[in-house]
Design a binder for this molecule. Sequence first.
Ligand code: GRF
Length: 216
Amino acid sequence: MSRKKIAILISGRGSNMGALISAAMDPSFPAEISLVLSNRPDAKGLQRAQDFGIPTAVVDHKDFGGDREAFEKSVDEILKANKIDIVVLAGFMRILSPYLVNAWAGRMINIHPALLPSFKGLATHERALEEGVKLHGATVHFVSAEMDDGPIIIQGAVPVLDHDTPDSLAARVLGVEHKIYPKALELVASGKAKVKGGTKVTTGDTAEATAPLIWP
Ligand code: GRF
């Protein structure tokens, strides 16, 4: 089995990146983490990736004076030069233009800290508490032109407790993120997750695909 080559794009601490790197250390995992790329030179995750011996790159969006496409072209060149198969967004805080989204259609995935289609955008945990939802969670999806949209690969749900603060809820959701992201990447890299009709993803409903959906 040839392992798919993965680039993880980050902007910050990179805890999801760490979970993906750990999962990919298993030689039977269908993907290897070949590159970690950040748009911020000071992203904590860069050092973390280097500690694991993973090559890193920085493309600072500030060097492109607001020209989103020029920034994305530069990112794309690095991805191609590294022969990347699948791009994984893990806390990458740039809105992507159609240029990069189209170039990687069906080969780019993202994690969002909410049960999509609820709570797209930022401050998801604050808004979940304001709305009084009893279940919250995280979603891994293929990236499409709309922000926090695109076919859903896997979701993980957590309970919302009476005493929760945005921070305590975020921590519980992050725990489930670290479980579902490696699982989603495994499904995509092995070809088990398939987009059906342009909007839905089928995974074959195997026990291994559905087991981590509810946490704890
Ligand atoms: C995560 O909550 C992820 O869902 C969101 O940004 C955060 C990144 O955290 N997109 P980390 O950098 O992976 O720790």
